[in-house]
Design a protein around this ligand. Structure first.
Ligand SMILES: Nc1ncnc2c1ncn2[C@@H]1O[C@H](COP(=O)(O)OP(=O)(O)OP(=O)(O)O)[C@@H](O)[C@H]1O
Ligand SMILES: [Mg+2]
Length: 477
């Protein structure tokens, strides 16, 4: 039994197909030949090929239709198409259908073998991805958005509406950090007709502009020094499904124009390419910045903002959701109690009052952290205020409608080292809790030479908590 990867070659030119088989067998592959698409399909269940190399033009069912059937059978099988010189159309269609790449005839067998290797690796990745995708769908209680407050009901109603439409302009999801922008984007995807199509999540902060462009739009071979081969961009990879441009406010101005073109004209052009490729992709974008303001200051293109903001989904901060705080707290209480096998069931009435009074600058994410910690610390079946450990400083004075802490401001003030004091306590002689906390953070960071992991250990908190608190105090990381 060969243990090498299994390759299925589909071509009615028998001499060629056999030559490929001999070459690949020699190289340690398990290679099989089929004369036409029907024969190939019949072989699938037994052979379970890693890669299929097929001619586009076949007697009977075409190579393109074969690709469709193969995808239905198992999207993890990588496919490569072969086209006779000069007929590129079939290849383009094949790529759109998810083929890994195409080869031009006459074939170079060494080139074919290299491509099969790459396709197989990509196929393995795809298999992992589809595993994550189905797993995400199965974890649906997670995706269930909790919220009965009128503010949330209005948002959910809109989101359901958006999910039900198959064709919509882009949707811009706004809201402070941790309000559930990512969650609602994924829910729109999974609950709509394109739920089984790709959902490509792009964090726009992660890469500098030039790399981002190559990631989003792909590139052609030779576009730059390292481009030894052409690469599909994320827009093309999202074909038929969604692309989620998270933190879109961080996209560099130079790239914003290209994004606008992709959105308006529904085409992308690879870096170094000469041809526009049509795409059928729904666009979701999210930001925790005020893009309207940024565009007024020329930090974000106005035309792109207006294009994106046609449909706006604004997630209210947690402090504007009334009793949803308690609903969510109880949800997390149950979840973490089950996760850690702890018999914690209730919230002390005073804890409930504190949860309602707190300003939640980190919103639902912060609440989940607070509840996780509380479940771990709780000594009895009821979580006491001490076990919640909410900082006093974030509390809203009764009657105040304006939140004291706005995450937007915190994000903007990153790197600003000026003392930030919340107006909750008058600045008197005695140091505020804020000031003490800040100096503890500074001390720990100083003593560990800025190493966040070690500083967090020293303070007995998680790295996330440290980061959150550094951000809160405007201590740049
Ligand atoms: N209404 C909700 N019901 C249940 N869970 C929620 C809800 N809103 C948010 N969450 C959970 O809170 C966490 C933070 O949500 P998410 O990551 O979607 O926020 P975000 O707005 O994208 O934050 P950021 O701006 O920092 O990226 C996630 O674990 C998410 O599942
Ligand atoms: Mg997010």
């Amino acid at each position: 039994m060969s243990t090498g990867p299994a390759i299925l070659i589909v071509d009615d030119e028998r001499t060629l197909a056999r030559a490929i088989r001999a070459y690949l067998t020699e190289a340690g592959y398990l290679a099989e030949v089929a004369d036409d698409a029907e024969a190939a399909l019949a072989l699938l269940p037994a052979l379970r090929p890693d890669v299929i190399v097929t001619d586009v033009r076949l007697p009977g069912m075409t190579g393109i239709d074969l690709l469709r059937k193969v995808r239905e059978f198992d999207p993890g099988i990588a496919t490569v198409v072969m086209t006779a010189h000069g007929t590129i159309e079939g290849a383009v269609e094949a790529i759109k259908l998810g083929a890994f790449d195409y080869l031009k005839k006459p074939l170079d067998l060494e080139e074919l073998k290299l491509m099969v290797d790459r396709a197989r690796q990509a196929g393995a990745r795809e298999q992992e991805l589809s595993y994550y995708r189905t797993r995400a769908v199965r974890d649906l209680p997670f995706a269930d958005l909790i919220g009965r407050s009128p503010a949330m009901q209005a948002v959910l109603e809109r989101a359901r509406h958006i999910a039900a439409l198959d064709e919509t302009p882009p949707v811009l999801i706004t809201g402070e950090t941790g309000t559930g922008k990512g969650l609602i984007a994924r829910t729109i995807h999974t609950s709509g007709a394109r739920g089984n199509q790709p959902f490509i999540d792009v964090n726009c902060t992660a890469l500098p502009g030039s790399l981002m462009e190559a990631e989003l739009f792909g590139y052609e071979r030779g576009a730059f020094t390292d481009a030894k081969e052409s690469k599909l961009g994320l827009f093309e990879a999202a074909e038929g499904g969604f692309i989620f441009l998270d933190e879109i406010g961080d996209v560099e101005l130079a790239l914003q124009g290209k994004l606008l073109k992709a959105i308006e004209e529904r085409v992308v052009r690879r870096v170094g390419g000469v041809r526009d490729r049509k795409i059928d992709v729904r666009i979701l974008a999210a930001t925790n910045r005020d893009l309207e303001q940024e565009s007024a200051r020329d930090r974000f293109r106005r035309d792109l903002y207006f294009r994106l903001a046609v449909i706006l989904l604004r997630l209210p901060p947690l402090r504007e959701r009334g009793d949803d705080v308690l609903l969510l707290a109880e949800h997390y209480l149950q979840r973490f109690a089950a996760k850690y096998g702890r018999d914690v069931r209730r919230l002390h009435p005073e804890s409930r009052a504190q949860l309602l009074a707190y300003a939640w600058p980190g919103n639902v994410r912060e609440l989940s952290h607070v509840m996780e910690r509380a479940v771990l610390w709780a000594r009895g079946g009821e979580v006491t205020p001490a076990e919640l450990g909410l900082p006093d400083a974030g509390r809203r004075p009764s009657g105040a409608l304006e939140p004291l802490v706005r995450t937007g401001e915190m994000a903007v003030s990153l790197g600003d080292t000026g003392e930030r004091r919340l107006p909750v306590e008058p600045a008197g002689e005695r140091p505020t809790l804020e000031a003490v906390e800040r100096s503890l953070l500074e001390q720990a960071l100083r003593e560990t030479g800025g190493n966040q992991t070690r500083a967090a250990q020293r303070l007995g908190i998680s790295r996330d908590t440290l980061r959150y608190r550094m951000k809160k105090h405007g201590l740049g990381g």
